[in-house]
Design a protein around this ligand. Structure first.
Ligand code: NAD
Ligand code: UDP
Ligand code: UDP
Length: 318
């Protein structure tokens, strides 16, 4: 759909060359908007948006959100931040800076140009949760000095900044707490469980189960997530969140490994490796708010989403 100039929005997506950001940009362009993708290419890649090369409504700017950014936009989706443990622990100080300084700069920008602003927060704000499933009212159980803290506490501080800019300066904010998401364009070497298992299964290498494999996660397909993000951005100023976005169907890592083996037809064996520090035992979103307020819930079954993801990796691994 190409919109008329008067209802076409100019939208900034930070982290737009990453996994989630690139799918979000696809959808926003399909809706007829103009998109400015700002990314420092730390974990993202121009390859994720190369199919949009020369798109007349997409502009790319290589920039670090820790530095001020002066542009004129109607909406801001703030996704810039490495998301996988391997990447965010590579330079933990930079990770905290990206979340905190990045939020300050994007909020300052939103304040100046009076733009609506969305924050990609995370289920990690709940830490290793003592409440299951996690509703938005739960304050979390986060280790402030552990190896995951740069990400968890950075994202928690970003939420604080969003709500203070909302209360103090009247900004129209949307904070979503995103749970584990997977799909095409995940980084093959980011160490996340879905990409690891698929790459291992496709290359016939052992599937690495950390710990006993009984820990749980719930996996949301990226198209479902992007639909939830955009729906949230379209709400009126009284809706700030935080709202959980994720798929509430829970799987153990053993169950995930077995499904990947079945869908790939691989004969890889399962091997056990030590459980990483502070690895949450279980995680599953309570999405009652997303259902009630946004009328949103995921619709892609894990087996279907895995098939598309396996197709994507099959072209890269073999
Ligand atoms: P990703 O690593 O693929 O994308 C992040 C993007 O941000 C990359 O393109 C990276 O180059 C860019 N970036 C990093 N630091 C930057 C900086 N200082 N300045 C500018 N750009 C920078 O990760 P993703 O999975 O697409 O995650 C996107 C967002 O969603 C992140 O904020 C993440 O915390 C959040 N999130 C993702 C998940 C998930 O399961 N994928 C879950 C919860 C939250
Ligand atoms: N900022 C930005 N782009 C803008 C406006 C502000 O990057 O268009 C940055 C600016 O560098 C500042 C931060 O956002 O450090 C916070 O802005 P705010 O106006 O809230 O605070 P102040 O400038 O008063 O410190
Ligand atoms: N995991 C695993 N094998 C792997 C990678 C991860 O068993 O090769 C486990 C990991 O210990 C965690 C779960 O899978 O319990 C999800 O890990 P991921 O890094 O994908 O996400 P997060 O821990 O951030 O939810």
């Amino acid at each position: 759909m190409v919109r008329l100039y008067d209802d076409r929005k100019r939208i900034l997506v930070t982290g737009g060359a990453g996994f989630v950001g690139s799918h979000l940009i696809d959808r926003l362009l399909e809706q007829g908007h103009e998109v400015l993708c700002v990314d420092n290419l730390f974990t993202g890649s121009k390859r994720n948006i190369e199919h949009l090369h020369n798109h007349p409504r997409l502009e790319f700017q290589r920039h670090d959100v820790c530095l001020p950014l002066y542009v004129e936009v109607d909406e801001i989706y703030n996704l810039a931040c490495p998301a996988s443990p391997i990447h965010y622990q590579h330079d933990p100080v930079q990770t905290t800076k990206t979340s905190v300084h990045g939020a300050i700069n994007m909020l300052g920008l939103a304040k100046r140009v009076k733009a609506k602003i969305f924050q990609a927060s995370t289920s990690e704000v709940y830490g290793d949760p003592a409440v299951h499933p996690q509703p938005e009212e739960y304050w979390g159980n986060v280790n402030p000095i552990g190896t995951r803290s740069c990400y968890d506490e950075g994202k928690r501080c970003a939420e604080t900044l969003f709500f203070d800019y909302h209360r103090q300066h009247g900004l129209d904010i949307k904070v979503a707490r995103i749970f584990n998401t997977y799909g095409p364009r995940m980084h093959p070497a980011d160490g996340r469980v879905v990409s690891n298992f698929i790459v291992q299964a496709l290359s016939g290498e052992p599937i690495t189960i950390y710990g006993d494999g009984a820990q749980t996660r719930s996996f949301c397909y990226v198209d479902d997530l992007v639909a939830g993000i955009i729906t949230m951005m379209e709400t009126g100023p009284d809706i700030t969140g935080p709202i959980n976005l994720g798929n509430p169907i829970e799987f153990t890592m053993i169950e995930l490994a077995e499904l990947v083996l079945q869908l790939t037809g691989s004969r890889s064996e399962l091997i056990r490796l030590p459980l990483p520090a502070d690895d949450p035992r279980q995680r599953k979103p309570d999405i009652a708010k997303a259902r009630d307020i946004l009328g949103w819930q995921p619709s892609v079954a894990l087996a279907d989403g895995l098939k598309s993801t396996i197709d994507y990796f099959a072209h890269r691994v073999r």
